[in-house]
Design a protein around this ligand. Structure first.
Ligand SMILES: Nc1ncnc2c1ncn2[C@@H]1O[C@H](COP(=O)(O)OP(=O)(O)O)[C@@H](O)[C@H]1O
Ligand SMILES: [Mg+2]
Length: 292
């Protein structure tokens, strides 16, 4: 019963999105230029002319955009358009892929994150990542959350670690469900709980930015609704970039939306604008379901 209600709510909002016609005039767009407002006044992260290659194959072409402090930005676009590739560039996760190469300028608070002198381990604590499939470590719930603070040496007393674990699980909306079984394996939780555990693990090291790559695509509508609620709460303290294949999700959680197409950043605009009156005809074609 519950499930049907959440599902139909999601479907209704989907209908209301696609049934609203995009009425604005769309001015001709210069080839290769991102339309809309890709830049903000005080960016947390600033990317300029970013190209990403897998060996000889280019997957991202000349992408420039900012992510503002405490904003939630969604990244949408057809499958294979480069959303995950671009997201991974933001904390150097592409470094772990053989043959991947990132060019251009990517800055976190003005600091070049591809500076060869920069240590990627603390970078990935500052810019954390939550993946499509929940991937708790084969450890207890407690140890999953304590892992980051331990390896980064953030706390030295057990009592402090307990506090960080409790606080992170609280903020991830999971504490009440797991407080009596912290020593049980994280992999024994439901899918939605596992994803919230992964979020707790990410926030336990107090990141500045959280990258989420389709964090709800393996979850049912109720677990999805919980994660979306959580994203709204987390955005008070963190900057969030979320890749989603769900336009409804982008509309619900984000203030700006970036539309990617064949490795290019076509449009970045206020989410409301993207879904009601996009500037670029490719964005319009996507949101009205002509491809995807
Ligand atoms: N590890 C990889 N090695 C080679 N090519 C890849 C790899 N990951 C992605 N690609 C290619 O890069 C392009 C963008 O992929 P991806 O970033 O996964 O898109 P999206 O997340 O939007 O679906 C695709 O053509 C894909 O085949
Ligand atoms: Mg992807």
């Amino acid at each position: 019963m519950m499930e049907a209600t959440v599902e139909s709510t999601i479907e209704q909002s989907a209908d209301s999105l696609v049934s609203r016609p995009a009425t604005g005039e769309r001015a001709p767009v210069a080839e290769g230029e991102t339309v809309g407002s890709p830049f903000v006044d005080s960016p947390k992260m600033a990317m300029r002319n970013v190209d990403v290659f897998y060996n000889d194959k280019q997957a991202i072409f000349d992408v420039s955009m900012d992510i503002g402090s405490n904003e939630v930005v969604s990244m949408i676009g057809p499958s294979g358009c480069g959303k995950s590739t671009f997201l991974r560039a933001l904390n150097r996760m592409n470094d772990t892929i053989e043959g991947a190469r990132v060019e251009g300028s990517l800055r976190l608070e003005g600091q070049d994150i591809y500076d060869p002198k920069l240590d990627v381990v603390p970078l990935r604590a500052r810019v954390g990542m939550v993946f499509q499939k929940p991937n708790p470590f084969p450890k207890s719930i407690y140890d999953n959350v304590a892992y980051g603070p331990r390896i980064h040496g953030l706390v030295d007393r057990r009592a402090d670690l307990d506090d960080v674990v409790e606080d992170s699980l609280q903020r991830a909306g999971l504490w009440n469900e797991v407080k009596d079984r912290l020593n049980q394996p994280g992999t024994g939780l439901s899918g939605g709980q596992q994803q919230r555990l992964c979020i707790a693990r990410t926030i336990a090291v107090s990141p500045e930015v959280i990258l989420m790559d389709e964090p709800c695509s393996a979850l049912d509508p109720i677990a999805t609704a919980k994660i979306e609620e959580l994203i709204a709460e987390l955005s008070e303290n963190f900057t969030i970039a979320i890749v989603t294949h769900s336009m409804q999700q982008a509309a619900r959680v984000s203030s700006r939306t970036a539309y990617f197409h064949l490795g290019k950043l076509i449009e970045v605009n206020d989410t409301e604008r993207v879904f009601t009156n996009p500037e670029h005809e490719l964005t319009e074609a996507y949101i009205t379901g002509r491809f995807g």
